[in-house]
Design a protein around this ligand. Structure first.
Ligand SMILES: [Zn+2]
Length: 506
């Protein structure tokens, strides 16, 4: 009988993370990395509003399958998505991350496909959610007000704020910006306990993205103060790897670069590159763009029989898209594409009606049985394609943002000559075919495995092609080879970022 996955994660991740958390920066050091924020610097790309890009070809087909498959029809299967009983529309009822996860994918799916029924359904949900806001800015399930350390648990709100942003960008709904301003003002009024523990502490990168999005619309000064709190009290991703959990890493590693939008710190940006290289160097030894994290990464469990959680796949993609926009470095677009064309298709059955919990590069038996040879950390069956409402719970609710974000939220408007060279990857793809594994090596092999950048330590072998209309193989030949031979400092980097002391759960 599998453990309750969420209870296991809370216990396991926090226990495993304890030694790393002991290395969290002292307050004085935190203050030094959290220099007073200022108005955000321009990103390398301007992100086009949702709905600006229309998918074609292969991507359009994936979105069609998604609309008529698991994401588009998940209300019919998931009791968490019952409009009449969820706390997100009826605050006296309960609710957590499932509705926010689902809407974060469903709303951009409706926008990308222009499906009128899905757009109307999105509107119905958003109207009901907006109507739950209280006078102090809080909204949604009342129980979440006191769920974390006696105060609000902001984690499940963060994906929902992103869904609201997509809706606002596409419809121009004038209720959304004031709604978000009131809610983030409520957030800013909370003490450190609302920021420094549980899932949300690892995932404030999502909050930073919304705070900066809102600041660029309103210029409200308190949003900069809120961003500083997120960075200061949230988990330290700067010179530490605070969690071995695959989804936390996939979401969290970008946070320093996001905060650098407000400080201009090159040191913070490098922290993101360094963490990616460290984790992928140790646990990314299989194709597809992910890393071995089934549930946490574990020393000794890094070969291609391990797996990467579906949530990890789409969160990693979202991180890479965001980093492409901020840094203008096309290596992040390449890494996103690696996941979008390889690991994400393999995470779904051919018709897109089921997903599994983890995707392994090397596995022969996707049956609904607990693997018995100690391969995986979790003790429940994780590899059969299922609607997975309760068996997998997070992944089938969360996977929906993968392709809609990749295709329609990708940064496609450059603000500098340098950034203009990066490709808009998935948005115009048409030549690729849907297959489980392409045989491509993870893209970090063709980029700089240490710093991730080509600007500071070498030159790329060829310019990136502007679109994928000729198929992805052409772009995959774009390679940067200068740093494939890792310098001696890489071991030191791994020692700093990799955790060598994780106990094996199984
Ligand atoms: Zn998941």
């Amino acid at each position: 009988m599998p453990l309750d996955r969420r209870r296991f994660l809370r216990t396991g991740a926090l226990t495993l993370g304890a030694p790393a958390l002991a290395g969290h920066l002292a307050p004085a050091a935190v203050a030094s990395t959290a220099r007073r924020p200022r108005a955000p610097l321009p990103d390398s790309f301007d992100r086009l509003p949702s709905g600006s890009v229309s998918p074609r070809g292969w991507l359009a087909e994936q979105l069609r399958l998604q609309l008529h498959g698991l994401c588009g029809r998940y209300e019919e299967r998931s009791h968490f998505l019952d409009f009449d009983t969820t706390g997100w529309t009826h605050p006296d009822r309960g609710g957590w991350e499932e509705v926010p996860y689902w809407l974060r994918g469903y709303v951009p799916l409706a926008v990308a496909t222009r499906d009128q029924a899905a757009l109307a359904n999105s509107r119905k949900w958003i109207d009901a959610i907006l109507a739950t806001q209280q006078s102090d800015g809080f909204f949604g399930p009342r129980s979440l007000r006191t769920q974390l350390n006696g105060g609000p648990d902001f984690w499940p709100f963060l994906p929902l704020l992103m869904a609201l942003r997509t809706h606002e960008e596409f419809t121009g709904d004038e209720r959304v910006v004031p709604f978000l301003t009131r809610f983030l003002s409520f957030m800013n009024a909370q003490g450190p306990g609302a920021f420094d523990s549980s899932w949300v502490s690892y995932r404030w990168g999502d909050g930073l993205d919304t705070a900066i999005w809102l600041y660029r619309r309103t210029g409200e000064a308190f949003l900069l103060d809120l961003a500083r709190k997120m960075h200061t009290y949230g988990a330290n991703w700067v010179d530490n790897l605070p969690s071995p959990h695959n989804v936390n890493i996939a979401q969290g590693f970008r946070e320093p670069t996001q905060y650098a939008q407000l400080t201009g710190s090159a040191e913070l940006r490098q922290a993101t590159y360094r963490t990616y290289a460290s984790v992928l160097g140790a646990y990314g030894q299989f194709p597809g763009g992910g890393f071995a994290g089934d549930e946490n990464y574990r020393p000794g469990f890094g070969d291609p029989r391990q797996g990467f959680e579906t949530c990890g796949i789409v969160e990693f993609m979202a991180s890479h898209e965001l980093l492409t926009r901020i840094t203008g470095d096309p290596v992040w677009a390449d890494r996103c594409e690696d996941l979008a064309f390889n690991m994400l298709p393999a995470a779904l059955d051919p018709q897109g009606t089921g997903t599994h919990y983890i995707t392994s590069a090397n596995t022969i038996d996707l049956n609904n049985a607990v693997k018995s040879q100690g391969q995986f950390q979790n003790g429940f069956a994780m590899q059969s394609y299922q609607p997975g409402v309760d068996q997998y719970r997070c992944c089938p609710h969360n996977y929906g943002m993968g392709w809609p974000y990749c295709g329609t939220c990708a940064p496609t408007s450059a603000t500098s000559t340098r950034a203009r060279r990066a490709p808009p990857h998935c948005a115009t793809s048409s030549g690729a075919t849907r297959s489980a594994w392409s045989g491509r090596w993870p893209s970090w092999r063709s980029g700089c495995a240490i710093c991730g950048s080509r600007r500071t330590c070498g030159t790329r072998a060829s310019a990136a092609t502007p679109t994928l209309s000729a198929g992805r193989s052409k772009r995959s030949r774009t390679s940067w080879t200068h740093c494939e031979k890792q310098p001696a400092s890489s071991k030191k980097s791994t020692a700093v970022h990799g955790r060598q002391d994780d106990p094996r759960v199984h």
